[in-house]
Design a protein around this ligand. Structure first.
Ligand code: IMP
Length: 191
């Protein structure tokens, strides 16, 4: 069985990625390989951060490592918070405070377009690869729904009447940034 370390301590990400991976993969957490949940991510791009985490974990464990870095890019804010999405409202990385800040910043604005972008980095004995997925949508005027995590309650994907937080997990995965990046990763695995 193929082993793979998922380089994230975020339970929401783990659940979504696990749901898309085939049964034949023995999934390990950072804790399983004796690493902390919050690997350093000091890059200025999603790509740099995803690669930094996967490299670190592969260097330490020697097991193939997959890391995710995700950003929410808001058109009216020039692409912010982007790579700084987790710390948008401060070092506490509080999702409620992040959403409240974003809703405040967009108060009264008609252009509410945004997109989520995920970069997955795979680092293994064959080298390094990245896989990207994105989804466009708009930021709602108030939070709706209790599912998902992070900014999900205020993100309405294009063509949907429901925010990510109002969807079943399978529906979010079918059209989300992370689901799309995972499809590219799975295509690579199948080769
Ligand atoms: P990171 O990739 O863990 O650094 O996440 C960046 C920020 O985006 C954090 O505030 C996450 O909660 C948020 N985030 C990541 N993925 C998602 C998602 O699928 N939906 C909503 N928020 C997300």
């Amino acid at each position: 069985m193929q082993r793979l370390v998922l380089c994230t301590g975020n339970p929401g990400k783990v659940a979504e990625m696990r749901a898309l991976l085939p049964d034949g993969i023995d999934l390990l957490s950072l804790r399983d390989v004796e690493l902390p949940d919050d690997l350093p991510e000091t890059g200025e791009t999603l790509e740099a951060n995803a690669l930094q985490k996967a490299r670190y974990a592969f260097g330490s464990s020697g097991i193939p490592c997959l890391a995710d870095d995700t950003g929410l890019e808001v058109a009216a804010l020039g692409g912010a918070p982007g790579v700084y999405s987790a710390r948008y409202a401060g070092e506490a990385k509080d999702p409620l405070a992040n959403m409240a800040k974003l809703l405040r910043e967009l108060e009264g604005r008609t252009d509410r377009r945004a997109r989520f972008r995920t970069v997955l980095a795979l680092v293994d004995a064959d080298g390094e690869r990245t896989f990207e997925g994105q989804v466009s949508g708009v930021i709602t005027v108030q939070a709706m729904g209790t599912g998902g995590f992070g900014y999900d309650p205020i993100f309405l994907p294009e063509g949907s009447a429901l925010t990510f937080a109002q969807m079943e997990p399978g529906s979010k995965n079918a059209l989300s940034h992370r689901g799309r990046a995972m499809c590219r990763f799975l295509d690579h695995l199948a080769r």
